[in-house]
Design a protein around this ligand. Structure first.
Ligand SMILES: [Zn+2]
Length: 243
């Protein structure tokens, strides 16, 4: 079978992650299980315990999955959860609070983020059925293959968090919500108390993303959502008040 990334005929892995395990780390209980809440129009709210993360068979060869994506995941995990020396500052613009992170490896972190969007797009799993990059799927595939993160204006990802609230509801993995037009594609993933909002590019309506998404200097700003906004976001994703 052909690997969807490199295109080589190879023995494909039986378990490839779409969203890497480490992104659920706040969600796993001591037995390495997590609570999954999925909501969409076709089926009602389900709350089920799964053994581990979301896997898919027969999409990637071991070189692409273990070496290429594995290397990016190791870096991203250390960047987000510790293991790399970074400068972290909390600040505020008007009433909007943020965490500014400096010292990131732009190429590795950006490629990691793009790889998550791309994997969700090529996935056949029902939970990712609305993620479809269209013509951008091939463009991002080429970038991943060539280790080309592109400029910070291309495929930026803004990260929002509500992990700082005590009464939050972390154990949620929701079906990503996507919005497509000819001009812009926006796809939002809610993963373990963080919201990852992907854009195909920065335009006049999304100018603010420039200040949030990682830039070529290795700086990004994670937006700390207010309690009110967090509640609205969770409500939008799972259709119920959880906060
Ligand atoms: Zn491959």
């Amino acid at each position: 079978m052909k690997c969807k990334l490199c295109g080589n005929e190879a023995k494909l892995l039986k378990k490839s992650h779409i969203i890497p395990d480490f992104m659920y780390q706040d969600l796993f209980d001591e037995k390495h299980r997590y609570y999954e809440v999925i909501v969409n129009k076709e089926y009602p709210l389900r709350n089920k315990l799964r053994q581990s993360g979301v896997y898919e068979p027969d999409i990637l060869c071991s070189i692409c999955d273990n070496e290429k994506f594995g290397g990016l995941e190791t870096y991203a995990s250390q960047a987000l959860y510790g293991g790399i020396k970074l400068t972290i500052e909390n600040g505020a613009i008007n009433s909007s609070k943020y965490t500014r992170i400096k010292g990131l490896d732009y190429s590795k972190f950006k490629l990691f983020l793009m790889s998550v969007w791309w994997r969700a797009s090529i996935s056949n799993l029902p939970v990712f059925q609305h993620v479809n990059l269209g013509k951008h799927e091939q463009i991002i595939r080429d970038k991943l293959l060539n280790n080309d993160p592109g400029s910070s204006e291309e495929y930026p990802c803004a990260i929002f968090t509500y992990l700082h609230h005590d009464n939050n509801y972390h154990p949620i993995i929701a079906e990503p919500k996507c919005n497509y037009s000819d001009q812009q594609q926006i796809c939002t993933f809610l993963i373990g108390g963080n919201l990852f909002v992907f854009y195909t590019h920065i335009d006049e309506k999304t100018e603010w993303v420039r200040h949030s998404a990682i830039n070529e200097d290795g700086v990004m700003q994670i937006v700390q959502m207010s309690e009110n906004l967090s509640a609205k976001v969770v409500n939008k994703f799972v259709g119920m008040d959880l906060l």
